[in-house]
Design a protein. Structure first.
Length: 164
């Protein structure tokens, strides 16, 4: 689940603002401010933008003991600061919509590189990647990851087959 509403204390997460701008909810001025924040803090490193930034740490008011169950919500994992190619595609489209076409194309190449990584094969379109190492995690061959990549390619007028 991408944090679209965020907690009451944090407000909408920066990643959620990226999504909201992608559907035209944010004003351009607010969208640029959000982009500058995300870019400035490196929320798109080492892979692409994380689904929640900053990750919730043990001891934070938002931390819950069940976050350690199945190791899915540890910092930089899955819902808690993991990198989702699905969100990465929206990140690329967000940048493109802000008018930064060259940067959007560079981030599209980074998305392609992320999607092409796999545990066993190339182009596994994994569900998520570790938020610090960008190592592919979760289930492979996720349609939503592939669809977000293809949609970003479509919006940027790039043939997915031309990306190596």
């Amino acid at each position: 689940m991408v944090s679209v509403t965020g907690s009451r204390d944090r407000g909408p997460s920066p990643s959620a603002k990226c999504v909201l701008n992608g559907v035209g909810v944010l004003h351009k001025e607010r969208a640029l401010m959000t982009f500058r924040f995300l870019w400035g803090v490196g929320a798109n490193e080492p892979g692409l933008v994380k689904n929640l930034y900053p990750p919730v740490q043990a001891g934070d008011p938002e931390w819950r003991s069940y976050y350690t169950v199945n190791l899915l919500n540890l910092p930089n994992h899955y819902h808690n600061g993991g990198i989702w190619p699905f969100v990465g595609g929206m990140w690329v489209r967000y940048i493109y919509k802000l008018g930064m076409k060259g940067l959007a194309r560079r981030e599209l190449l980074r998305l392609a590189e992320l999607c092409s990584r796999g545990v066993s094969h190339k182009w596994e379109f994994n569900e998520w990647h570790h938020g610090q190492t960008a190592r592919p995690m979760g289930k492979a061959f996720q349609a939503w990851s592939a669809a977000s990549f293809i949609r970003a390619c479509h919006d940027l007028h790039v043939d997915p087959a031309s990306i190596s």
